[in-house]
Design a protein around this ligand. Sequence first.
Ligand code: GLN
Length: 485
Amino acid sequence: MGSVRYLHNLLIKREISSRELTEKYLEAIERDNSSLNAFVNVTKNQALSAADEADKRFKNKEDTDILEGIPMALKDNISTRGIDTTCCSKMLLGYKPVYDATAWYRLKEKGAVLLGKTNMDEFAMGSSTENSCFGKTSNPFDLNRSAGGSSGGSAAAVAGNLAVYALGSDTGGSVRQPASFCGIVGLKPTYSSVSRQGLIAFASSLDQIGTMGKSVEDVALVFDAVAGHDPLDSTSDFSYKADTFSSLNKSLRGRTLAVVKEFFEGIEPAVKESLEKAIKIFEELGVNIKYCSMPQIEYSLPVYYILACAEASSNLSRYDGVRFGNRTKEPFTDIQEMMCKSRSEGFASEVKRRILVGSFVLSRGYYDAYYKKAQLLRKELVDAFEKVLTDCDAILTPTSPTTAFKTGRITEDPVENYRADICTACVNVAGLPAVSVCCGYDKKGLPVGMQIIGDKFCEAAILNFAHIFESNTDFNKTTDWGVRL
Ligand code: GLN
């Protein structure tokens, strides 16, 4: 229901037009977005004219892509030409990029219909979509709970049936954790497989654009469309050709999944129970389970937070009120004071905290003790993953130690919030791909996410694990929100 393939069939058979489909979504957004706050900007006119263009191509029976005419959403840190791209920060309110991010450009070329930009934690820093200058996003399963973050708006839009699929960004878990909280599928691709051109930088060695959808198939289709070399991003891989969709449905018999004990420590009992059941399902499907240990995981959070903050402090220095970002309207006497006032007004507290930590770990007296040590440990973590993945096809972990938490918790204890990234941040530190897929529900009816981590450029393998699991289970519940088609 509501999948890309299903909608594509309706479109090519002309049982529905892209305009009708888009109008349905726009009406649903008008009705439900005030409750969910998934969208911060609805691009109604652009959406309708893109839908009309798609309809022309359908009418003329031109060769249409499977994504043609399908309504979707983009996280608000992905640049859209002429359309506000704010990172949900006061710093960038009113900023309209003069170019499209490559990932969006590729979708646009295939006829995707952009419904709007989605809510996020300011500059993608956070795990609950509460650090946004547009207010928090609510979880479609329970409005008092977080949709996760930082791509919580994209996750809530998809889970709340306000968009068929969405793009998010993942620096330490921001696609997978909200996908897990909202019961959808989220893929964080291998570092360098999707161009970062036009993705507003948080931590450049960790950031990747990821795809979010209702099913593994949808996520694979969209990933195949956005991945691949981009001359505009010198870190994008030259040779990778993504072809994950056609590799779905391969038997898992004889494959090996690693279960690393460190990922199962300190997780909620309901999460543990669902994961244990998932392991049994994989065993029934003929998968060998290999239990092992990676003591290096203990260091992954300090390493992640040191590196992410260091890179953020450097990346965010461009917002100085001259080159980019808010310029204070207060009087000032010199440029220092102008920058200080502009930055103090533009950034909220989580971003400021990270800039301070980042500047500290990069400062001359502390560089060796923190930044350099973190880089050395990063290498150890990369090696540890490599070792496990030499013997196994993929690693199975929870996506998050908990199901969706109540909103409001985050402001009480930010460090507690950092700890919840334990299963996801290490994957970005190692540059690996990982997918989160729903594997059960807790007693409150909240979705539990399972993460499958693969070796570099093995998106096809992890998506196949997720797809076969999804096809053999029935965890893909839909919510009462949005379009039911
Ligand atoms: N929660 C993590 C953080 O706050 C991850 C964020 C992300 O992936 N963008 O840094």
